[in-house]
Design a protein around this ligand. Structure first.
Ligand code: JFZ
Length: 443
């Protein structure tokens, strides 16, 4: 008995004596809780910001290094980077006026330039003429204005000599590089600075597709970060694997479809990242999405039970473009009327298509109508549920009837109240959130 007691005690104090746990899996106790993830998914709409010295050229961040811009030129752009009109409060207010609830800044993109004063490389904002902590100022402004502050950080670094690949798309491994040193010293050091100084709500990793990055590193970094802040949310691009899915081996808390709306998924959290124009970083005369496209993208994303991280690339002087601020404000104006059908809702039960999408909360089912249907909108049966009442949000009553085959027929006026997305609120006789998913045709 005494021996057993001693064994138990020694195991408690010297966990190294325990059989080595698989290093390829995240400890279930450390994984971000469902409660925290539900809170994140309630937010629905956030701002992504891609920015850095590359705006001096107007080409794509990271990817244009060694392509449109020669490496020697690209790597010295920061010496001219002086965004004197940068104003963190204005950026955050732009996000707030758009109805966004969180903001994710690129602290370091694939070109390795750091927008905060890091001790681990001189390739950072303090060595530019500007010399101000962009990440810190944004963290402060977000806190002040009640926006959740999040950080993008890529695991690859084409600039750092210890990271084994040095050019976009290259497969060539530099024999002089030291990946272990890069991860254990530079990456861990930089992440520790970011987490302890700025307390991000979420970390948006990227770059997981390159071969030097392994699942073992991903698990190690996940555990490392969660020990530092047990509540921090981490996307699925920390681990290896497809961005669009969550599987049993995924390292990270949610899926990250890019430049396309994710599929309806009531089980796994996901967030689509998408640009308001074409490029992630600012480009002169980049084609901007119409208001209709912006609003319908948000509604279809919510209808699929996902979040939208909508990207803006500010200009080289530190301002966001007036036309983009205006477009975002128009989204915010729409959300002021229809926000109840977006925030804190669940997607489904119908899979969104180009005609309509649905969201739900309690006994309410919101039908987002994207284009007028001659006379009526026909919805396949909502099994076991009756509609008691229907009206446009902020407007008139809508007539409807349950057909003999179970279909729900909703009458539409000649002129829909909102040309971008009119929302009908259906009041049901029971909880809309319990209705099973209903597959739909594309149109
Ligand atoms: C990545 C970044 O590379 C991009 O610049 C941006 O930050 C976006 C949010 O995330 O997107 C990718 C990811 C992978 C490839 C291209 C773009 N790829 O493998 O070609």
């Amino acid at each position: 008995m005494k021996k057993l007691f001693l064994l138990v005690v020694s195991l408690c104090f010297f966990p190294v004596l325990l059989p080595a746990q698989s290093t390829l899996e995240v400890d279930a106790n450390i994984k971000t809780s469902k409660k925290i993830m539900d809170g994140f998914m309630d937010l629905r709409f956030g701002m992504f910001i891609h920015w850095g010295p590359v705006t001096l050229r107007g080409t794509e961040i990271g990817w244009s290094r060694g392509n449109q811009v020669p490496v020697d030129e690209y790597d010295h752009l920061y010496k001219e980077f002086d965004p004197v009109l940068f104003n963190a409060d204005k950026w955050v207010k732009t996000a707030k006026d758009a109805g966004m609830k969180y903001l994710t800044i690129i602290a370091k993109h694939h070109d390795g330039f750091c927008l905060w004063p890091t001790a681990f490389t001189n390739h950072n904002i303090m060595h530019s003429p500007y010399k101000k902590d962009i990440v810190g100022e944004l963290a402060k402004a977000c806190k002040k204005q009640g926006i959740k502050f999040c950080i993008y950080f890529t695991v690859l670094d084409w600039y750092d000599p210890n990271y084994p690949i040095h050019l976009p798309g290259s497969k060539e491994i530099d024999p002089k590089a030291d990946m272990n040193k890069f991860v254990n010293t530079t990456m861990k050091g930089e992440l520790k600075e970011l987490v302890t100084r700025y307390h991000p709500y979420m970390l948006w990793f990227d770059g997981n597709w390159e071969t030097p990055w392994t699942q073992k590193y991903a698990v190690e970094i996940y555990n490392y970060l969660k020990h530092s802040d047990p509540n921090v949310i981490i996307n699925n691009r920390l681990g290896k694997g497809e961005h669009t899915e969550i599987t049993s081996t995924t390292v990270g808390d949610y899926a990250t479809p890019e430049q396309k709306i994710g599929a309806l998924n009531m089980k796994d959290p996901w967030e689509t990242c998408m640009t308001i124009c074409h490029q992630w970083a600012w480009k002169p005369n980049d084609k901007m999405k119409s208001l209709k496209e912006c609003i319908q993208t948000l509604s279809k994303t919510s209808g699929g039970n996902g979040n939208l991280l909508f990207n803006v690339g500010p200009m080289l002087d530190g301002r966001m473009e007036a036309r983009q601020i205006q477009r975002l404000k128009e989204m915010g104006d729409w959300l002021k009327i229809y926000g109840e059908s977006i925030y804190n809702t669940k997607g489904g039960p119908y899979a969104p298509n180009d005609t309509f999408a649905t969201t739900r909360k309690g006994n309410k089912l919101f039908v987002h109508i994207f284009s007028n249907q001659p006379g009526a909108l026909r919805l396949p049966e909502l099994t076991g549920v009756k509609v008691l009442q229907a009206h446009f949000i902020g407007g008139a009553k809508v007539s409807f009837r349950h057909e003999a085959n179970g279909d729900l027929l909703i009458s539409l006026p000649m002129q829909l109240p909102d040309e971008n997305d009119s929302v009908i609120e259906l009041i049901l006789d029971s909880n809309a959130e319990n209705i099973p998913v209903i597959a739909m045709n594309k149109n």
